[in-house]
Design a protein around this ligand. Structure first.
Ligand code: HEC
Length: 114
């Protein structure tokens, strides 16, 4: 019986890890690895607030938006632009928490040509 339980646990683990990869629905009940980068999903924030100008992959350039694939800004500088805005881009400090801005800034580093 004990073996069966162990077996089931292993299977559950494999299924849990294998499906979908990065975006598996997060369950709050299971013990997750220590809070890594951000509890907030930067991708979600990006898709909600940034794609209109930057596009899904960061290189759409609507309204003269900077190409985020080619951005050379450091994390802190990105956070600053996102928080306070710059020229045409409006700041997001009224809309997004510091945590979300951090997460989405982090996400912009993952944007690349598809
Ligand atoms: C209204 C259109 C618009 C939206 C919405 C928008 N941006 Fe921008 N973004 C711009 C423009 C335009 C620039 C270039 C600003 C400039 O010329 O100084 C820019 C620049 C940036 C930069 C600086 C890149 C660099 O290398 O200089 C970052 C980072 C950035 N945006 C991230 C974001 C994120 C993250 C979001 C969503 C939270 C977002 N933007 C939403 C228009 C937008």
């Amino acid at each position: 019986m004990k073996k069966l339980i162990v077996f089931l646990a292993v299977v559950a683990l494999i299924i849990g890890c294998g499906s979908g990869g990065n975006e598996a629905p997060t369950s709050t009940t299971t013990t997750q690895k220590k809070e890594t980068v951000a509890a907030v999903d930067g991708e979600k924030v990006y898709k909600q607030y940034c794609v209109t100008c930057h596009g899904l992959y960061g290189d759409m350039g609507a309204s003269g938006a900077a190409n985020l694939q080619e951005s050379v800004l450091e994390k802190e500088e990105r956070v600053a632009v996102i928080t306070n805005g710059r020229n045409v881009m409006t700041g997001f400090k009224a809309l997004l928490s510091e945590e979300k801005i951090n997460a989405v800034a982090e996400y912009t580093f993952t944007l690349k040509e598809q």
